[in-house]
Write a protein that binds this ligand. Structure first.
Ligand code: ZN
Length: 283
């Protein structure tokens, strides 16, 4: 297992952790100045900064994009909306290529509003991922399907376990020809009785493309926006990182904390310092 102590170059900050308080250029400068080796920016802030300008700044700062956030939801109410969604996500993959991103994060989407057709929604997701993967391969971008916690199944993501994510990869790319895998986020999968088994399976196939850390607070006050700082909750983060690295994961350790009422209200530089301290002491 890698030693993160004094190795922040192995670590990355998802800009959502900082509450999107600053424009991207200022955020990137602060992340680099704090010593991190990576960043996961969101599409809207990259587009506001200009993709070319963001790519140049990342190169100048020596920051690697651990993941580009993220696809729009793949499920759609009509064929036209589905097609438009795929086109929009292809454009985002082009941006990921320009940014040199390690992967493009794919979030499946939930049920179509007003529908109960879970099988149909999952079929749409699989079709969209297959289409996007073809485009991503041509661009040299890897797609990381991110399974989310099952509490988000209805409205955000019908891929809810690592096993389901890996099965989806296997269905789309049975040859394991590369460029298609999953993102392992401790917040979404820490509870899974098959976690160790699925990390080993994903690692053996070289399908673990990203690793996100935060913590599960007890009690959790908001399903979406009350993630904890590493060390403040109940997730065995270091143990899970050990499983990933034993399975061959060598990418960044990315901090991704959605915390509307706590960390998003704090000073960006303070949050970066606390993340650094916790990465090196509890992750
Ligand atoms: Zn994540």
């Amino acid at each position: 297992m890698r030693d993160l102590n004094r190795h922040l170059e192995l670590c990355s900050i998802n800009t959502a952790t900082l509450g999107h308080q600053w424009p991207l250029d200022r955020t990137l400068d602060a992340i680099a100045r704090a010593g991190y080796g990576g960043v996961a920016p969101w599409r809207r802030e990259v587009e506001a900064a200009g993709v070319g300008a963001a790519a140049r700044q990342l190169r100048a700062l020596g920051l690697r994009v651990s993941g580009y956030c993220r696809s729009t939801y793949l499920t759609a109410p009509t064929a036209a909306a589905f097609k438009a969604g795929v086109a929009e996500n292809r454009a985002a993959i082009d941006q990921a290529a320009e940014l040199g991103a390690a992967c493009f994060i794919v979030v499946h989407g939930g049920l179509v509003a007003g529908s109960k057709d879970i099988a149909g929604a999952r079929a749409q997701g699989a079709e969209a991922i297959a289409l996007l993967w073809e485009h991503a391969k041509r661009c040299g971008v890897a797609l990381a399907i991110e399974p989310l916690h099952p509490m988000y199944a209805a409205d955000r993501c019908l891929v809810v376990t690592l096993e389901q994510g890996l099965d989806l990869c296997a269905a789309i790319d049975p040859e394991n020809s590369g460029g298609l895998g999953i993102a392992v986020d401790v917040y979404h999968c820490w509870w899974d009785p098959r976690l160790a088994e699925m990390i080993a399976r994903g690692g053996a196939l070289r399908r673990i493309l990203a690793f996100h850390v935060s913590d599960w607070l007890v009690p959790t006050r908001d399903m979406l926006l009350d993630r904890g700082m590493m060390g403040d909750g109940v997730i065995e983060i270091a143990k899970i990182r050990g499983m990933l690295e034993d399975a061959g994961y060598a990418g960044k350790v990315e901090v991704e904390i959605f915390s509307r009422d706590d960390w998003w209200r704090r000073d960006v530089v303070e949050t970066l310092a606390v993340c650094a301290a916790r990465l090196q002491s509890v992750c």
